[in-house]
Design a protein around this ligand. Structure first.
Ligand SMILES: Nc1ncnc2c1ncn2[C@@H]1O[C@H](COP(=O)(O)OP(=O)(O)OP(=O)(O)O)[C@@H](O)[C@H]1O
Ligand SMILES: [Mg+2]
Length: 440
């Protein structure tokens, strides 16, 4: 990018932000401010020449961030007018959240903190236990760790303590992240803090471990809570001599926070997911007391997955067809099956696009499924007695009756989709399971 373009973009964004701010569109303004700050920081990093230029950009950033914080606080409360610039109101909150104030003046730091707060999922994803096919043991273990202790606290007194750390490991696309979403949905009495490793890694020395600390503090304040760290391997791989100082610090902080002196982790569950568990540091591994293997789906689970992925799309598949599909997809992961089904779902659309002849049929109107109409059009072969020569552009939008999804389409997609998981990784995962894990 040419010099100055990032800065220009940042300035444009900030102009928009102040405009929206003035017009009282605080939602929009906040978005623009945050965006702009990101660009400013980029320009400091890659463009700005000389310390003085950098310093002045930094100061500007600080102002915009302060304003953004206020807008955020205002939007959260949803009633009070945003306080005028210069008011100290929101600073107090910040401090109690972060637990350290020495770097308050660093815009990047503030940004990361707000990002950490943003990582808390407030809107719950809508994935139920029943949406996850198979994985019964994993589901049981998660219920035991998450739902039961909250519902029946008296069961978990004395020596019977709930699990504090659960690691989900297995080949890619088998539903580890998906299962975590189900936990977030179903455990609706606890706070679900979902963070990815990249939320926690910062380029500033000493900042990453503070973020880890903040994360756990946040969880303690809002307990019962669940901290979910996806792809935990990138954060906690084994300590070696040549790793960077900051990576080591993150790990150390993690070890201390998860099970250290003076840290009360009652009511906090750390849930991790990874597909390369063998790179995890041994001490981290130990802190995940339960390590559950999320394997490739069994035949039965695969059949369920085909059904789940089809959802309520109109189709002609029978129970036997699902069984046949399941038996043909040995070695496919849940994500692979998702792709097969999506491809199959697209084929009726392709047929509509390429058809040269249509015919009239009777069926539910696309506008209102409860109304049956006679004049729908569906693709047909040129040899059909009712065939009318036309293409899809001539079909009115509320007159199309799309062909149903059939077994033929499924088999066709299946023949062109290969499984993504390779043998080599499976061997390593099996080995890890033998050594450290349990079946899920
Ligand atoms: N057991 C399952 N039941 C239903 N859907 C599944 C299942 N497993 C996988 N899927 C489908 O596959 C998609 C991908 O799964 P997910 O993102 O959870 O994979 P993952 O195990 O986290 O993979 P990675 O290790 O690569 O992160 C999901 O969005 C879901 O649609
Ligand atoms: Mg995942």
């Amino acid at each position: 990018m040419a010099t100055g373009t990032i800065l220009q973009k940042a300035i444009d964004l900030v102009t928009k932000a102040t405009e929206e701010d003035r017009n009282k569109n605080y939602d929009e303004a906040l978005k623009y401010y945050e965006h702009a700050v990101e660009y400013f920081l980029h320009s400091i990093k890659y463009e700005a020449q000389g310390e003085r230029a950098k310093e002045s950009i930094r100061q500007k950033c600080q102002q915009y961030l302060d304003r953004a914080e206020k807008l955020k606080a205002y939007l959260k409360k949803g009633k009070k007018k945003p306080v005028a610039a210069g008011d100290e109101g929101t600073k107090e909150e910040k401090k109690s959240d972060s637990g350290d104030s020495d770097t308050d003046s660093d815009p990047e730091k503030k940004k990361l903190q707000s990002r950490l707060e943003g990582a808390i999922i407030i809107e719950r994803p809508n994935v139920k236990w029943s949406d996850v096919a198979g994985l019964d043991l994993a589901k049981e273990a998660l219920k035991e760790a998450v739902i039961l202790p909250i519902k029946f606290p008296h069961l978990f007194t004395g020596k019977r303590i709930p699990w504090k750390g659960i690691l989900l490991f297995g080949p890619p696309g088998t539903g580890k992240s998906y299962l975590a979403k189900a936990v977030a949905t179903e455990a609706n009495n606890s706070n679900f803090l979902s963070v990815s490793s990249s939320d926690l890694v910062s380029k500033w020395l000493g900042e990453s471990e503070k973020l880890v600390k903040n994360l756990f503090e946040l969880a303690r304040q809002r307990k019962p809570s669940i901290i979910f760290i996806d792809e935990v391997d990138s954060l906690c791989s084994s300590r070696s001599d040549n790793e960077s100082e900051s990576a080591r610090r993150i790990k150390t902080e993690f070890l201390v926070q998860m099970q250290g002196v003076g840290n009360d982790n009652d009511g906090i569950l750390v849930l991790g997911a990874t597909n390369i568990p063998w790179v995890l540091d041994a001490a981290i591994r130990r802190r995940f007391e339960k390590r559950i293997y999320i394997s490739l789906p069994e035949e039965h689970a695969r059949a369920t997955m085909f059904k789940l992925h089809l959802g309520d799309t109109p189709h002609t598949l029978t129970e036997d067809d699902f069984k046949q599909l399941a038996s043909l997809t040995e070695g496919y992961s849940g994500a692979d099956i998702g792709i097969i089904v999506r491809d199959a779902l697209m084929q009726p659309v392709r047929l509509v696009q390429t058809a040269t002849h249509f015919k009239h049929v009777r069926g539910p109107s696309p506008k209102d499924r409860n109304v049956i109409v006679d004049d729908l059009l569906t693709p047909c072969s040129p040899g059909d007695p009712d065939a009318i020569e036309m293409n899809w552009l001539e079909v009115e939008s509320d007159k199309l009756c799309e062909p149903l999804v059939t077994m033929k389409y499924m088999l066709k997609s299946l023949s062109t989709t290969r499984p993504t998981v390779n043998e080599e990784d499976m061997v390593k995962l099996e080995k890890f399971k033998e050594d450290f894990g349990q079946e899920g």
